[in-house]
Design a protein around this ligand. Structure first.
Ligand SMILES: NC(=O)c1ccc[n+]([C@@H]2O[C@H](COP(=O)([O-])OP(=O)(O)OC[C@H]3O[C@@H](n4cnc5c(N)ncnc54)[C@H](O)[C@@H]3O)[C@@H](O)[C@H]2O)c1
Length: 340
């Protein structure tokens, strides 16, 4: 049975918050941004997408192909101060998703990562401060701000010692939001996303959104490589649950605060791979040693404590991995040629 559409499940107070409202989504042609655009168009919002369609990332016109006539698409870069000053004017909500997404690439391109994931947020916040200080903003941060995990489930006040430059720059930007909330009353919140999966994510490489890559390998009947014994626990979260959380936090999140999201499951990496293979009905797995690059970034088990967001806006995850992966595989079976 297909999953019930996300917006049907959303309580009225959030549905009403977006009707006829202006919403800007940076990185809106990518995975998370385009799923958000679909939900917002359904809710009756006036959506503008800013995206530079940069080749390494997941931007894809097909992601919004069926709603393109219902939104405005701006081809541009978040680092362009003049453009951002114009775009933020009159927006009620801004979802900031554009960024450098690979923690592995950040090591070889530190200044680029700082530019996208640090300065990019500063450009947005300055634009909002001067042009539209009442806009509400949600910034997509990452579980990688925590670094080595010392206690589980991980609460927002767990120590933050990121193991990657990507994590360091995401943390830097969380601090910008806190600073702008405290000093200028800007209503921005950060959401720490763990391992997302679902429809409309890039399938071109394995540098991020690893579940997608494994779905591709399984659908091609290939052998999926599991580093080490694959016993590390991860918090795989289905895209609809992330969108649900973002829509609620934009309305109810407290300015400057950070919020975890996560599934209710504790799934080992190797079990995730088995589920992918079972749902695809093809592919196989093989264990191989950890490559050095990856092992240095390994955080240990990660499962989020989600009591803070539950309390703030009543959010909880709805979709378990078995259901979500089935839905995702069905999507890629139908639309393979648009993503491969
Ligand atoms: N996918 C993940 O595993 C994951 C996990 C945690 C957090 N996040 C964060 O969520 C956000 C969205 O990720 P996603 O999975 O949707 O990635 P994605 O690659 O699918 O989408 C990112 C989009 O941003 C656009 N973009 C990148 N840099 C830009 C720039 N300078 N100006 C304008 N557009 C630009 C790209 O063209 C792309 O369409 C990112 O900030 C990412 O760091 C992602």
């Amino acid at each position: 049975m297909a999953l019930e559409p996300l917006v049907k499940q959303l309580p009225d107070e959030y549905r009403n918050a977006y009707r006829d409202k202006a919403v800007l989504i940076t990185g809106g042609l990518g995975f998370i941004g385009s799923n958000l655009a679909h939900a917002l168009v359904d809710l009756g919002a006036h959506v503008t997408i800013l995206d530079a369609l940069l080749p390494p990332y997941g931007g894809n016109r097909f992601n919004v192909g069926d709603i393109e006539d219902k939104l405005e698409l701006v081809d541009g870069d978040i680092r362009d101060e003049i453009l951002m000053n114009k775009l933020v004017v009159d927006q009620d909500y801004i979802f900031h998703l554009a960024g450098q997404v690979s923690y592995l690439d950040a090591k070889d391109a530190p200044f680029k990562d700082l530019d996208f994931n640090g300065r990019g947020n500063l450009v947005l916040l300055e634009a909002v401060r001067h042009q539209n200080p009442t806009a509400r903003i949600v910034f997509s941060s990452s579980r990688l701000v925590y670094g080595k995990i010392l206690s589980m489930p991980v609460r927002e006040d767990h120590p933050t010692q990121p193991l990657s430059l990507y994590g360091i720059h995401k943390l830097l930007s969380e601090k910008y939001y806190r600073y702008y909330a405290h000093n200028f009353g800007i209503g921005g919140v950060s959401i720490r996303i763990p391992n997302p999966y679902g429809q409309r994510q890039q399938m071109k490489h394995s540098k991020y959104s690893i579940v997608g890559w494994f779905v591709r390998e399984a659908l091609e009947g290939k052998t999926i490589e599991v580093f080490g014994d694959g016993s590390q626990e991860r918090d795989y979260i289905y895209i609809d649950d992330i969108i649900d959380a973002m829509l609620r936090l934009a309305v109810k999140g407290q300015a400057g605060e950070v919020y975890n999201v996560g599934s209710h499951e504790r799934l080992r990496f190797v079990d995730m791979v088995d589920e992918v293979i079972a749902a695809a009905g093809q592919g196989e797995k093989k264990h191989v040693p950890w490559p050095e690059d990856y092992e240095k970034n390994e955080t240990g088990n990660y499962v989020a404590d989600i009591s803070k967001i539950k309390q703030a806006c009543g959010w909880k995850p709805r979709v378990d991995f078995k259901e979500g992966i089935r839905e995702m595989i069905e999507f890629y079976r139908k639309n393979k040629e648009k993503y491969w």
